[in-house]
Design a protein around this ligand. Structure first.
Ligand code: 5AD
Ligand code: SF4
Length: 579
């Protein structure tokens, strides 16, 4: 960026601020004529690193870009605007970003209007934006996690000034509703229930990059979920850095159990949530998870360490024993519930004994899956200031030992799956083989099995035939055509025309006067036919006309007949869909 306008840069002392309350705002982005003109015929690409929160941000960024008039491409060379959405949680996540930025130098060389933007958590760290614009002068826009909603106006400035722009705000953060969004998956959706985090675990940069913990209004969450269900979504994952603390900022008793229950009642086939913090996980939340069959029995419960002393230094607020008690409570209520976790190896000054406690905890609990990380110091966090006496070599050696123990737990669960049938939500053809479908079980186990592509987005029964530890091989247990018919019938039941038909039918059948008149009409028709050629014919004709008119003018009858006609249109539409 030869000339660059710096509007604001991040400041971790401001990012730490948790004083004022968050307010709810609505998206009011303005799309200038210059931006619309520029966007027409140009293609965008967003590349995301990191967690599901970032994936959801990508959908919002795409929403803004498409509203401006850009169209999506997956071809890096063809892209006229690329946004790299970064992660800051560990150093290796950041290293990937540098390589990614470098790739787009060629685009900037061949296309003088090419826009490379960099955003996300890494940009919220101090000094990152300045160093990026120095090293990669072809970057034209840098923004943070708090000002995604300003994207149209920032792009307008970039386009009209021909200058680069850096605008990263450090503030506790607000909630913005009505965000535009282009969802990445047609069947599985992420729905934010809260933003930010107030836990300040000593190793973690997230509370600084994502701001204070602020819950979305319950009604906004429910409206978004309702719309997703109407659009045919099969799975919703409620997102928050710490979902269990949802609603604490409302001070009105609303909590995570409330939002879980309300969303489950909307009838989404699969409801998931992540991430859970053991400290905020109450028993009433467990009761709600146990109560609703559509809440997936699969809890991601990061433990981070099995040592109470290390947990204290990490600022995790629970002991090893309290964590074990929570897992016990989960398994008492839901013996089949899958439990997964995150573990950090090599926190500053972790002793061999403390690490061994993590190993014994994993051996005892046998996690269904675990994400394991080597501790990565993050500038500005308390842990980064600690003097560390553990060498990299020891950390790597511990990491490898932990992987082995984690795998034992994974295999313990996966081996028990062989021979049993599970519901699998089909994602589509597997990455490695077009003829094989892949999808996930309730416990989030990846299953591959042969089947027709049209099962994408359906929940099907699959019998597990082979255990490959981190994925399973299976066979369809039901006829794929039956799956389609079942889902068509389920969809039909939710169609307004069908619901109206059922209501009209009920009123029609319960209208005693109308039912008697229908019998009378039938008898009059018979009498009319029998009187054919006799002198009574005219009388019978008049009687039939009279009762027919009575029936035809009855509002309940009219309603029923017209709802049947609407149903016929619906069947025609469904037939076209099935074809
Ligand atoms: N170093 C290593 N791992 C970290 N995590 C968060 N911060 C760090 C860090 N500084 C891990 C935690 C968290 C997951 C998302 O990333 O395990 O649960
Ligand atoms: Fe980071 Fe801890 Fe918040 Fe999770 S709970 S985002 S680990 S500070």
């Amino acid at each position: 960026m030869s000339r660059c306008q710096i509007i604001s840069l991040p400041d971790l002392s401001k990012a730490r601020n948790r004083q004022d309350g968050a307010s709810v705002k609505y998206d009011e982005a303005v799309y200038s004529d210059a931006l619309r003109f520029f966007a027409k015929g140009r293609k965008y690409l967003v590349k995301t690193f990191g967690c599901q929160g970032n994936v959801r941000d990508e959908e919002v960024i795409s929403g803004y870009l498409e509203k401006a008039g850009f169209s999506k491409t997956t071809d890096e060379k063809a892209a006229n605007i690329v946004i790299i959405n970064t992660c800051a949680v560990r150093e290796n996540a950041e290293d990937k970003v540098y390589g990614e930025i470098g790739k787009f130098k060629a685009n900037a060389k061949t296309d003088k209007d090419f826009i490379l933007g960099v955003c996300g958590c890494m940009m919220q760290e101090e000094n990152k934006a300045e160093s990026l614009i120095k090293t990669y002068p072809f970057i034209r826009l840098i923004f943070g996690t708090h000002n995604i909603a300003d994207l149209p106006s920032m792009l307008d400035r970039v386009i009209s000034s021909h200058q680069g722009l850096v605008d990263v705000i450090s503030y506790p953060g607000d909630v913005i509703e009505n965000l535009p969004s282009i969802r990445l998956d047609p069947y599985k959706a992420f729905v934010n229930i809260s933003y930010g985090c107030d836990k300040f675990c000593t190793y973690c940069i997230v509370p600084y990059t994502r701001g204070r913990e602020r819950s979305r209004p319950l009604q906004s969450i429910l409206d978004e979920c309702r719309k997703l269900i109407e659009d045919g979504y099969q799975e919703i994952t409620l997102l928050g850095q710490n979902v269990n603390s949802y609603g604490k900022d409302f001070h009105d008793g609303t909590n995570f159990a409330t939002v879980l229950e309300e969303v489950a009642k909307l009838g989404i086939p699969r409801l998931r949530f992540t991430t859970s913090h053991p400290w905020d996980f109450s028993l009433d939340m467990l009761d709600t998870i146990a109560k609703y069959p559509n809440i997936m029995k699969c809890i991601h419960l990061p433990v981070q360490s099995g040592s109470t002393a290390v947990l204290r230094q990490m600022g995790r607020r629970y002991t090893r024993e309290q964590y074990l008690d929570l897992v016990k409570a989960i398994r008492e209520r839901m013996p089949e519930c899958a439990i997964t976790t995150d573990i950090i190896v090599g926190f500053p000054n972790e002793t061999e004994e403390q690490f061994a406690e993590t190993l014994t905890l994993c051996q005892e609990l046998k996690y269904d899956a675990a994400f394991t990380f080597i501790y990565s110091p993050r500038a500005g966090t308390p842990a980064a200031k600690m003097v560390d006496n553990v060498s990299d070599e020891v950390k790597h050696e511990r990491f490898n030992r932990l992987l082995k123990v984690v795998e034992e737990g994974v295999v313990y669960h996966s081996s028990k799956m062989v021979g049993k049938a599970y519901d699998v939500l089909v994602d589509g053809p597997s990455k490695k083989n077009e003829a094989i479908l892949s999808g996930y079980t309730e416990s989030n186990k990846l299953v591959n099995f042969p089947g027709p592509v049209y099962l994408k987005g359906h929940i099907v029964k699959v019998k597990i035939t082979e255990n490959h530890a981190f994925s399973m091989l299976g066979q369809l247990e039901e006829d794929p055509v039956d799956v389609l018919l079942r889902s068509a019938s389920e969809k039909l039941k939710q169609e307004p025309a069908y619901i109206q038909y059922l209501a009209a039918k009920k009123v029609f059948e319960e209208d005693k006067e109308l039912q008697a008149a229908l019998h009378e009409k039938e008898a009059a028709q018979k009498a009319l036919a029998l009187s054919m050629g006799s002198e009574d014919y005219e009388n019978k004709k008049a009687a039939f006309a009279k009762i027919s008119a009575f029936v035809d003018n009855n509002p309940n009858y009219i309603n029923f007949v017209s709802s049947t006609a609407d149903l016929r249109d619906l069947f025609a539409e469904m037939k076209a869909l099935l074809q």
